[in-house]
Design a protein around this ligand. Sequence first.
Ligand code: HEC
Ligand code: HEC
Length: 371
Amino acid sequence: MIRRLALAATLALGAFDTAGAAEWHPYRHISQAPLGFWFVAVMVIGALLLFTYWAVERPVSGREASPSRKGYHALGALVLAMTVFTLLLYVVVAGRIDALGASDDAWAWSPGETLQDPGGSDMSGEPYRGYQVYRAEGCTYCHTMYVRPQDIATGWAPGATEADVSVPQDFANYPYTLLGTQRNGPDLSIIGRQIPDMSYQIAHLQNPRQFKPNSIMPRYDYMSQDDLQDLAAYLVSLGNDPRKLKAGTLDDADTATGSGGPSVPTDTDTPAAQGKKLYSSLGCVGCHSTDGARNVGPTFQGLYGHDVALESGETVTADDGYLTRAIRDPKADIVKGYPAVMPAAYGDMSDADLDALIAFIESLSDDSGSH
Ligand code: HEC
Ligand code: HEC
């Protein structure tokens, strides 16, 4: 009898495996479980009940049933009952996963959907694959994907506000979560809102020290172009509302209201708006903040029209001339207290791009031009 049960269970497990174990996992709704799952569940619970019955009721042959022996049986039955209870509890809880109500911005990509680079380059990528690349490359060893209230004060999640604090719903649609425990690098759950640009993300992945001279993040330049693009598409999809950016191209109407939301550049943009896109696509965003925070380089907030102290001891006013020099020839003036690590490669930027960048920097000063 027991042997037959074991055989049946083995067969059922086999069926469970082929009947879609690959597609089914406990984070999804229990009603999606394949038949094999229910078969195994009924078999296991049935076998446990049978065994309980047998253990308690079986006539003890030979000797007189001693009270202590009966006690052991009762104990065994209790353990079995608890097992069954736990299983039931699990099924009930798993069945209620929908009651959690995945938040609107919960991540719900499916394989095959692509994303156009919100930064405006011609790249596209498949975030769902990127999510798997992220896991395979072990980015979780250094990065977390959830914002705690205390992270806002400490800056572990740069740019995060109270509204970004993670709630259980945020993870309800993930096949597996990539929470991470170590914070060797910043939290990445809203990185796509901060730096919505695939070309920057790829450049940073390939050589983090190009932007962060002291970064301990490894270089990922060995990855294939496909992997890099998909990973970057995943990164820029994070933290946007809705998190699932529109597949294909981005719908401008969706993002127009959000501050700093990604959008594709168009010719009708003002110079400052174009500059904002260049700021991200040229990688300035990796070193310069726009909110006053110190990064590798000085913040752009309130820079235009204000005095800048230089390493040389001089003080200059950040007017168009100074900014042009600072961008085209970074080594000419070094800002006091900062390393001279700004890339010289921006020297050959077009005049139109330079003007747009300066217009963008100007737009970040309240009293621009008052000096
Ligand atoms: C050994 C630890 C480590 C690993 C592994 C690691 N990172 Fe990082 N990461 C860092 C550190 C430290 C920083 C902050 C300095 C910097 O920006 O390079 C960082 C920064 C970042 C940033 C923010 C860049 C910016 O400009 O603000 C992104 C995005 C990022 N990592 C993505 C990844 C991805 C994707 C992977 C996996 C392929 C990964 N990291 C693996 C340590 C790590
Ligand atoms: C690798 C990091 C890095 C990148 C990328 C970078 N910068 Fe810088 N930048 C710096 C640092 C560090 C300084 C301060 C030292 C200096 O003056 O060279 C600086 C200084 C500046 C200044 C002068 C700021 C002040 O307070 O006077 C301007 C303007 C500027 N950068 C613009 C840009 C623009 C525009 C881009 C993108 C096209 C850019 N930077 C990209 C690191 C960077």
